[in-house]
Write a protein that binds this ligand. Structure first.
Ligand code: TMP
Ligand code: ASP
Length: 236
């Protein structure tokens, strides 16, 4: 596929146009940021590992009837994706309390939620620091229609049930994760972005060891090793 103009460069990925207007190339980078870009670093091999992990998980989801933007492998660090019009909303799905939920409602990290999953909505707006939104805010902002919100929420819960089972078989607890959705040229709601240790919390089911970007955020060390371990466990 011919790699065209660079359309977008984010903290962890670059998106390129191709000769097909409905197909983009998403290339994963080794660079990492946290806390709204205040913390910056490089995780060796992350681009290759996140591409491999995301590709495996998108393929798994497609096999379970979930529409994604994934089209196929492009290179070691890149995949071909379908062009989507993205919603300006991030969907966070939680099974176990951690991170900002623990801070917000006072549950110690690791507390099982009463009726998992909780689905939260965040406004994709860097200037505002991606704030949590309640339903009234979503209705006010009109950044997503009620029908698309419902379709993406149903998909997020379905994705959670598929991924939770898949990771449980590999001795990993899927604590929480972030998803982004959009619509394709036919108006179908599809999962976009990535699913990787950058965007999920994975804990070893037996020991509780963190195997995700929290190792970078919290300076725990062994960051590359954690990503490699997730890739190893899902490569079958
Ligand atoms: P949080 O507990 O910090 O709100 O994060 C919840 C989940 O969302 C966690 O798995 C990490 C992921 N996440 C992202 O992918 N991008 C982000 O910018 C943030 C804040 C969280
Ligand atoms: N990637 C986000 C940032 O740079 C947040 C995070 O993953 O912690 O702020």
């Amino acid at each position: 596929m011919i790699r065209g103009e660079k359309l977008y460069e984010g903290k962890a990925k670059i998106v390129y146009a191709t000769d097909d207007p409905d197909v983009y190339i998403q290339d994963f980078k080794d660079s990492a940021t946290a806390f709204d870009g205040q913390k910056k670093g490089t995780i060796g091999g992350k681009g290759r590992m996140n591409n491999a992990i995301s590709s495996r998980l998108f393929t798994l989801l497609e096999g379970n009837g979930i529409a994604t933007h994934y089209l196929g492998a492009e290179s070691d660090t890149a995949m071909r994706i379908r062009r989507l019009d993205m919603f300006k909303v991030e969907f966070v799905v939680r099974n176990v309390a951690a991170g900002s939920l623990s801070k917000r409602i006072g549950y110690p990290e690791g507390t099982l939620l009463r009726k998992p999953p909780i689905v939260e909505y965040y406004y994709k707006d860097d200037a505002l620091g991606d704030p949590l939104l309640c339903m009234a805010h979503l209705e006010e902002l009109q950044v997503i229609s009620p029908e698309h919100l419902e379709a993406a929420t149903v998909a997020a819960k379905h994705i959670n049930s598929v991924l939770r089972g898949f990771f449980a078989e590999r001795e990993l607890t899927l604590v929480d994760f972030k998803l982004e959705f959009g619509t394709d040229a036919d108006g179908v709601v599809r999962l976009g972005d990535e699913i990787s240790p950058d965007t999920c919390r994975f804990w070893d089911a037996a020991t509780g060891e963190k195997l995700d970007k929290d190792r970078f955020r919290r300076d725990l060390g062994g960051v590359e090793e954690a990503y490699a371990e997730v890739l190893r466990r899902i490569s079958d």
